[in-house]
Design a protein around this ligand. Structure first.
Ligand SMILES: C[S@@+](CC[C@H](N)C(=O)[O-])C[C@H]1O[C@@H](n2cnc3c(N)ncnc32)[C@H](O)[C@@H]1O
Length: 384
């Protein structure tokens, strides 16, 4: 059994995991963790670096033993035994467990040091810096009402990998940029290999897609400048990473999507973030200004989906569109819902009897803490 430590946005974490692994394997879920069975360790490790909303993966055993004795059994060195312990689930004192373990190790003449700071759970950064995955000494203990689980981490997210992303030198344009983690998750949700983004902007989705397994990407944008910028960003990545990729670019207003030649044979997933409209600040955001953004956008999206229906587009669509928060009130993009209900089937993220629910409209919601615009992510298929 494997235990996945989730991000604060646990629904996104769970949706991603249940897309990548089978939902038949669910053993337990909470806001912090998802436990899955029937998975192979090699498969998990091969996939792990593409799981953007998982913090840590732990191989677990059910045990009647005390946690202190289990740690004692794991001493694997003649030199100083360096380890970490994190505690999840029902309340118990980590300080007490750590002190008791230290005492037992001392009684056994084992020199040891726990790396927990101030008796708190370890962060991904601590685990990485202390090299605990390779040493096999990052331990986790989870106490549920039914059973206690304990074991070692087999993988922890690489917190430094995002600092290597360089989307554009034009930093001013990055206000409101689709976060790389969200792009990666959208690519995972699409489950396909040839991705088309008709609102490409800086190319975030396609860059993340290329960094994962997809080596065929297509894109278009209304703006000549964004066609140039995204092309430069994507070509730079391909050259830096020596990727062997197929690509094609087009300047196109998505309202006239019928002019795109990509659909004839290539595209098997549309993964895109729709235009968010003007970037607004706390000072100038207002309901009527938001409405002004929505009206022209509706026409583009209506034309876009009408055409996909006309050509019987039957592949995946993962799409993010905005809604706004103004003084704790939400302004949803109702016009878009009407278009989606008319043309599309919304695909569920979770099994029907699952405790975790998506939003009322079966989407996933995401907002960066400082932003006023929310993103609503749908997984769709065209109605026949
Ligand atoms: C929110 S950005 C998309 C974010 C992008 N997917 C990313 O990965 O960062 C919106 C983009 O849509 C483009 N756009 C706006 N209206 C459009 C239209 N009618 N057709 C095509 N592109 C459009 C804008 O030029 C901008 O580059």
């Amino acid at each position: 059994m494997y235990w996945f430590l989730l991000w604060r946005e646990f629904k996104l974490s769970q949706a991603e995991l249940l897309t990548v692994f089978s939902s038949n394997s669910i053993v337990y879920q909470s806001k912090e963790i998802l436990i899955l069975d029937w998975l192979k360790k090699d498969d998990i490790l091969n996939t792990a670096s593409f799981l953007w909303w998982t913090i840590k993966i732990i191989e677990i055993v059910e045990s009647e033993e005390t946690i202190e004795n289990l740690i004692l059994d794991c001493v694997n060195t003649d030199t100083k035994f360096k380890y970490g312990l994190s505690l999840y689930g029902e309340k118990k004192s980590l300080k007490e467990i750590l002190n008791k373990t230290k005492k037992l190790l001392k009684e056994g003449w084992i020199s040891s040091r726990f790396v927990n700071k101030d008796f708190n759970n370890l962060s991904s950064a601590q685990i990485k810096w202390e090299n605990l995955i390779r040493k096999e000494t990052d331990f986790t203990y989870i106490i549920t009402s039914k059973v206690n689980y304990f074991w070692k981490s087999i993988w922890v997210q690489d917190i430094d990998s995002y600092s290597s992303r360089d989307y554009s030198k034009e930093r001013d344009m990055q206000v409101g940029m689709l976060p790389p983690k969200l792009s990666q998750m959208m690519v995972n949700l699409s489950e396909w290999t040839t991705v088309y983004d008709p609102f490409v902007w800086l190319g975030t989705i396609l860059i993340e897609s290329l960094l994962m397994w997809n080596k065929k990407v297509f894109w278009s944008d209304l703006s000549e400048k964004m066609v140039e910028t995204s092309t430069a960003n994507i070509k730079k990545l391909i050259s830096e990473k020596s990727l062997n990729a197929d690509l094609d670019i087009f300047k196109l207003n998505a309202k006239f999507i019928e002019e795109s030649e990509y659909f004839n044979e290539w595209v098997d997933a549309i993964v895109t973030e729709w235009y968010l409209g003007e970037i607004m600040t706390k000072k100038n955001i207002a309901p009527d200004r938001v409405q002004k953004q929505r009206d022209p956008l509706e026409k583009i999206y209506q034309a876009f989906f009408a055409w996909l229906q006309k050509i019987n587009y039957s592949w995946a669509i993962v799409i993010s569109f905005p809604f706004w928060e103004i003084r704790w009130k939400y302004y949803y993009f109702d016009e878009v819902y009407k278009i989606l209900w008319k043309y599309c089937e919304v695909l569920p993220y979770f099994p029907t009897d699952y405790q975790v629910q998506a939003s009322k409209s079966w989407s996933l919601l995401y907002k960066r803490p400082s932003q006023l615009v929310w993103r609503e992510i749908f997984k769709l298929r065209m109605k026949k």
